[in-house]
Design a protein around this ligand. Structure first.
Ligand SMILES: Cc1ncc(COP(=O)(O)O)c(C=O)c1O
Length: 320
């Protein structure tokens, strides 16, 4: 099992790849103000890249977005609004109307609203090609919210194949949280991309807020990403996600957010489904850092004890 650690991007998630392209395009088109719908990671990237580009930035997040993600946004000078809904689709409608009314440039990362952004995530596939010089892994496991990331990784590998650089694409596996899994349902039911787009999840509820999109906005690329590579899709519940977040930190020292931990949580179910075997080679995308959602990680650890500055107080630090 290999990790593609996207936490190392400037604002701590893979969204920097998309937003760096998007903001350059925004500037090229003369935009002065950008706006995004986000669970927090696009917002952080948009705020940072807008600050660097000297643009104003408005971000709109769902009701339950972690406050730590918003602090990152506001420190960079963006204006943040929590919208009183758990449905990303409702926030999109609001932001589309606001962009129209105020002349803002829409920088959200769903390909149907901004076709440039999603191109940035193709670089994950290009980098994997460079990093696996001896041959790409059999499987790449990708967290799925709107599906733009999965679709972009697939299109990146497709570019490489068209250039004659690879002859085999990795099988792409999309992972969602069981509490919001319209993409997994679509793969299981054999839905077409347009059916999937129209078949929203009525009650998104999961700690993996980064991927809790009620609509698979990029179904037109995410569905073929799985079907054309012989991949699959799997859902994991919140307990599995938190256990995976802990496991990754304990064994590799990598502290990721719940949405990213889904790719680790998926390994066991994929073995049970006989998709993975003992000899499979797998790359899990670790898409966002744990510092962005400290609140959810707090349930994994004990409260820190206050001790007197005396050696006797640390005689049995672990067992007591
Ligand atoms: C940490 C993290 N991983 C994965 C995703 C999934 O990306 P997409 O919405 O393109 O499927 C997101 C989306 O915001 C995210 O924040």
């Amino acid at each position: 099992v290999f990790l593609k650690n996207e936490i190392l991007n400037p604002t701590g998630s893979f969204k920097d790849r998309q937003v760096s392209v998007g903001i350059s395009k925004a500037r090229e088109m003369g935009a002065r103000t950008v706006a995004v719908v986000s669970s927090g990671n696009v917002a952080a990237a948009a705020a940072a890249y807008a600050a660097h580009a000297g643009m104003e930035c408005y971000v709109f997040v769902a009701r339950h977005a972690p406050e730590t993600k918003l602090v990152q946004v506001k420190v960079c000078g963006a204006k943040a609004y929590r919208v009183d809904t758990a449905h990303a689709s409702e926030i999109f409608s609001l932001v589309i109307a606001a962009c129209k009314k105020f002349g803002w440039y829409h920088l959200s990362t769903a390909g149907m609203y901004n076709p440039f952004n999603v191109e940035g995530a193709k670089t994950i596939a290009y980098e994997l090609y460079e990093q696996f010089a001896d041959g790409l892994p059999e499987f790449v496991i990708v967290p799925v919210g709107g599906g733009g990331l999965l679709g972009a990784v697939w299109r990146g590998f497709t570019d490489l194949a068209e250039l004659g650089l690879i002859t085999r694409l990795p099988k792409l596996v999309g992972v969602q949280a069981a509490g919001c899994a319209p993409f997994v349902r679509a793969i299981q039911n054999g839905e077409s991309p347009s059916e999937t787009f129209g078949n929203s999840w009525t009650n998104p509820e999961t700690i993996a807020g980064g991927i809790a999109d009620d609509v698979v906005f990029d179904a037109h690329t995410a569905i073929p990403a799985v079907r054309n590579t012989g991949g699959t899709a799997v859902a994991v519940d919140d307990a599995q996600i938190l256990a995976a977040e802990r496991l990754l930190a304990l064994t590799e020292g990598v502290f990721c957010e719940p949405s990213s931990a889904t790719t680790i949580a998926a390994l066991e179910p994929l073995r049970e489904m006989n998709v993975l075997t003992d000899t499979s080679t797998v790359c899990c995308l670790i898409t966002g850092g744990g510092f962005k959602d400290v609140e959810s990680a707090q349930s994994l650890v004990e409260e820190t004890r206050l001790i007197p500055a005396e050696l006797s107080a640390i005689a049995h630090p672990i067992s007591s």
